[in-house]
Design a protein around this ligand. Structure first.
Ligand code: ZN
Length: 463
């Protein structure tokens, strides 16, 4: 059967599009950043299409033959959503790299699914515009993956998650039907909002092949500060101040607990810019139109917060380099693996912003009651209600599951989400019911059955 699948697909889309799986390529197409799949899982063919018609023909064939399809982008995911879990045709859109159009009047860029995030950012920048979606994997993650997982990142506070940045989509359904929806309008109430079905559904309802993305005016100023505060109520007081002080210019409000701060500074050989005795650390950023007046205003708001003891200490970046140094503390999880602070079991949970401090204390209490020696790190996009936490695993890898159960139990008590921005993939499937009601999950199954009756699209993920 595998031989005939390769022959059939080759006849349909061409020999240069269909790659025979072997030891030279299987390693690459069977893992993401968090999940190492198996090269022996039974990949039947690797299809690397160059256009939407080839995607359509591949899906039509697989649907008729009831062959599972594993959609993939840059394989930087953190939940296993792109990792094959059984025999399948891998469909990776990495060759669909055309930037079809940039419309500076509409403020849009139309790109194919395989265009890497950084390439979209650079194309926007060259037109004096901003593509605001940004995260650590920017150099290799692809637009199709960013949208199918509804990626978040550091500037959600100001510009929203991926789904808020999409005006139109081109999608291929399980049976090969191409849905042409590459529209540029912000307003479109003509019936159901179909694009949102495909954003965040991790390739289980259709394959995104191109998108119209929103662009914004390029900021002229970036002001950055690291602030030390006493406790979580001071974090909220500071957030209230900077929200009113900076209004829509506020672009990041990243909170780091002391365990995270210590590892990300001294633990990685950096000099801590602020002492280690404080209760919490907050990285604040604004993006605005005027370098001089924005920096002045920024320093006034930070100084007032200092004078009224909302913050205990602060360092305001005076150059782009100092700003990057402050950001490198927040971005340090990307360095942990290399520095030997690994393995970890990582979480991406959410609840309302006001509850995050209590959520941390409850999770910390639950974990240390069971495992007194446990080493944890807490950080997050607190203004979005998003908490990341990372738990160091020493030798005992079997602990990972028990730790997950303990953390998600607390999150469920808060009515929070077990996945704020990373998706469900395979890693969080068994916990989905903690964040969704039985009726919500039943409705998801109804949609899945209607749109993919043969269950070929990314089986074993999400639901
Ligand atoms: Zn994040």
């Amino acid at each position: 059967m595998p031989d005939s699948i390769i022959a059939d697909l080759t006849a349909l889309v061409g020999a240069d599009i269909v790659v025979t799986p072997d030891s030279s390529n299987l390693m690459r197409y069977t893992r993401d950043y968090a999940v190492e799949g198996s090269v022996e899982i039974g990949v039947l063919a690797i299809v690397l299409p160059r256009n939407v018609e080839q995607v359509s023909k591949t899906l039509k064939y697989c649907n008729e033959k009831h062959v599972a399809v594993q959609p993939q982008g840059g394989l930087t995911g953190l939940a296993g959503g792109a990792v094959p879990t059984g025999p399948c045709v891998v469909l990776n859109l990495e060759r669909m790299r055309a930037i079809r159009e940039l419309d500076d009047v509409a403020g849009t860029i139309t790109v194919e699914a395989g265009v890497v995030m950084e390439a979209v950012q650079k194309a926007a920048d060259a037109a004096d515009l901003l593509y605001p979606l940004d995260l650590g994997g920017r150099g290799s993650c692809q637009t199709g993956g960013n949208l199918s997982t509804n990626a978040g990142g550091n500037r959600v506070l100001r510009y929203g998650m991926a789904r808020e940045l999409v005006l139109g989509l081109e999608v291929v359904l399980a049976d090969g039907t191409i849905i042409h929806g590459l529209r540029k309008m912000i307003k479109n109430n003509a019936g159901y909002d179909l694009r949102q079905l495909f954003i965040g559904s991790e390739g289980t309802l259709g394959i995104i092949t191109a998108a119209v993305l929103r662009l914004f005016p390029k900021p002229r100023s970036q002001c950055t500060a690291l602030c030390a505060v006493a406790d979580y109520s001071s974090v909220i007081a500071l957030l209230t101040r900077v929200r009113s002080g900076f209004a829509s210019q506020l672009s990041a409000f990243e909170v780091m607990w002391p365990d995270f701060y210590a590892l990300s500074t001294r633990g990685l050989g950096r000099n801590p810019p602020l002492g280690e005795e404080h209760g919490l650390y907050v990285l604040i950023e604004t993006l605005g139109p005027d370098p001089q007046s924005d920096q002045k205003r920024f320093e006034i708001v930070i100084t007032e917060a200092l004078e009224s003891s909302v913050i205990n200490d602060a360092v305001v970046a005076q150059s782009q380099r100092e700003a990057s140094d402050l950001w490198s503390i927040r971005d340090s999880p990307a360095e942990w693996k290399r520095a030997g602070h690994w393995p970890h079991v990582s979480f991406d949970v959410s609840t309302s912003t006001g509850q995050i401090g209590e959520l941390v204390e409850r999770i910390r209490g639950a974990l240390s009651a069971k495992w007194p020696q446990i080493f944890t790190m807490y950080f997050g996009h607190v203004a979005d209600g998003n908490l990341h936490l990372s738990v160091r695993l020493n030798e005992d890898h079997d602990l990972a599951h028990a730790i997950e159960v303990a953390v998600y139990d607390v999150v469920a008590e808060f009515g929070g989400s077990i996945s704020a921005e990373h998706g469900i993939g395979t890693l969080k499937r068994e916990f989905l019911h903690l964040s969704r009601t039985p009726d919500e999950i039943a409705l998801m199954h109804t949609l899945k059955r209607a749109m993919d009756p043969n269950g070929i699209l990314n089986p074993g993920k999400v639901l």
